[in-house]
Design a protein around this ligand. Structure first.
Ligand code: SF4
Length: 318
C-alpha cells in the first residue's frame, strides 16, 4: 500500500503570556492508502492541535516548530496560506465537532455547500447543486433539505450536512474531529456507521479524533494513542486491543466499557495530565504511572517499534 500521509518528528507550540506550551511533541506516524487511523487520548493531549497542524489552520499564537507533514509526496509545512487554500477541501478536509458553529445560520445549508464547491472547483452553480444533491443522498439526507436553514435541522442532520460539506470537493484525506460528541448515543452510532461506510466507499484515508477508545475501535484500522503532546503507542486496532503495551493505554482501556467483552468495573485514569508549560522531565506519564521507576523520572523514553508494526514509548516495555 502507498503512504498518503507521513508525519515526521512534528512539533507545534502555543506562545502564551506564561510561556511556551508544547502541544505536539516529536510526533511521527504514517497513514497508508485506504486506511483509517484513530487518534485517542484525554482532552488536552494534543489530538485536535495535531489535526489543525495538518490542516495548517493554527491560531496566531501557535506555530509548527519542527518536522514534516508529507501529504501526497509533498511536505506541506513550508506551504504559504495561498498554497494551502488549494490543498484544503480538495486534498485534506475536516469534519468539525460543533456542527452548528460550522454552518452560517442565515444561509440555506445547501447553498453553503454549493458556495464551497464553486469556490474550489471550476464548475458552474447548477453542476455544484447537482453534486450537493448526490452528497445529500450519500450522507443519508433528503436533497429537499438543501432548501432549509441550519436551525431547521436536528443535531444529527446538521452533522450529516457537515460531512457532506467536508466531502464536497472529493478530498483524499478527511480528518474527523470528535464528529459525534454533541449527539445522543443512537444518532452517534448512525453517524459513525455513515462515516465508516463513506470512507470505505470513496477509498479515502481518514484520521478520526476521539477521546472515546471504543468509538475508535469501531471505526479505524490503526490507533495512535496521544498523551501530553506525545505519541505513546501506535498499532493495528486488533493488536492494540489484544495486547495494549503502554501503561497509559491500559489505563485508558480500563476507563471505558468494553464493546463486546463481559461487563467490568470501570477505573478512571488516576490523577491529571501534566501542565505542558512545565511538563515532567522524563516520561510525561510518570506522575500517574503505577509501574514507574527511577529512570522514568529522569529520561524521556524513545518512541520505538517493539513488535512488528507496534510502536511505543515506555522504558519498561520494549
Ligand atoms: Fe510508566 Fe515509566 Fe513507562 Fe512512563 S516510561 S509509562 S512512567 S513505566
Amino acid at each position: 500500500m502507498d503512504t498518503v500521509l507521513e508525519i515526521k518528528n512534528l512539533g507545534m507550540s502555543y506562545e502564551t503570556t506564561e510561556g511556551s506550551v508544547s502541544a505536539v511533541d516529536n510526533v511521527s506516524f504514517r497513514i497508508m492508502n485506504g486506511e483509517a487511523m484513530g487518534l485517542v487520548g484525554e482532552s488536552g493531549c494534543g489530538k485536535t492541535s495535531l489535526g489543525m497542524c495538518i490542516m495548517k489552520l493554527l491560531p496566531e499564537n501557535a506555530k509548527i516548530t519542527n518536522g514534516e507533514i508529507i501529504f501526497d509526496g509533498e511536505d506541506i509545512v513550508p506551504k504559504t496560506e495561498d498554497e494551502m487554500r488549494m490543498i484544503r477541501w480538495k486534498g485534506v478536509s475536516m469534519i468539525f465537532q460543533a456542527a452548528m458553529n460550522a454552518l452560517n445560520p442565515v444561509y440555506k445549508v445547501g447553498d453553503q455547500i454549493i458556495e464551497a464547491i464553486v469556490a474550489h472547483e471550476n464548475i458552474i452553480k447548477e453542476e455544484a447543486r447537482e453534486k450537493v444533491r448526490e452528497l445529500y443522498k450519500l450522507v443519508g439526507l433528503s436533497p429537499e433539505r438543501m432548501e432549509n436553514y441550519p436551525h431547521e435541522y436536528s443535531g444529527g442532520m446538521r452533522q450529516r450536512a457537515i460531512i457532506a460539506m467536508a466531502l464536497a470537493c472529493d478530498p483524499k484525506f478527511i480528518i474527523a474531529d470528535e464528529p459525534t460528541t454533541a449527539l445522543d448515543v443512537i444518532v452517534q452510532d448512525e453517524i459513525i456507521d455513515e462515516i465508516k461506510n463513506i470512507q470505505k466507499k470513496l477509498n479515502m484515508i481518514m484520521m478520526y479524533i476521539s477521546h472515546d477508545i471504543s468509538v475508535i475501535a469501531e471505526t479505524c484500522d490503526k490507533i495512535g494513542v496521544m498523551y501530553a503532546g506525545n505519541f505513546i503507542e501506535y498499532a493495528d486496532t486488533f493488536a492494540l486491543f489484544d495486547n495494549p503495551l503502554h501503561p497509559y493505554t491500559k489505563a485508558l482501556m480500563s476507563s471505558f466499557p468494553s464493546i463486546e467483552g463481559p461487563k467490568k468495573e470501570l477505573k478512571p485514569v488516576p490523577g491529571e495530565p501534566p501542565n505542558l508549560l512545565n511538563p515532567p522531565r522524563g516520561c510525561r506519564f510518570y506522575p500517574r504511572c503505577s509501574y514507574a521507576e527511577e529512570i522514568c523520572r529522569n529520561e524521556r523514553p524513545e518512541f520505538v517499534e517493539s513488535e512488528k508494526g507496534h510502536f511505543l514509548a515506555c522504558h519498561l516495555v520494549i
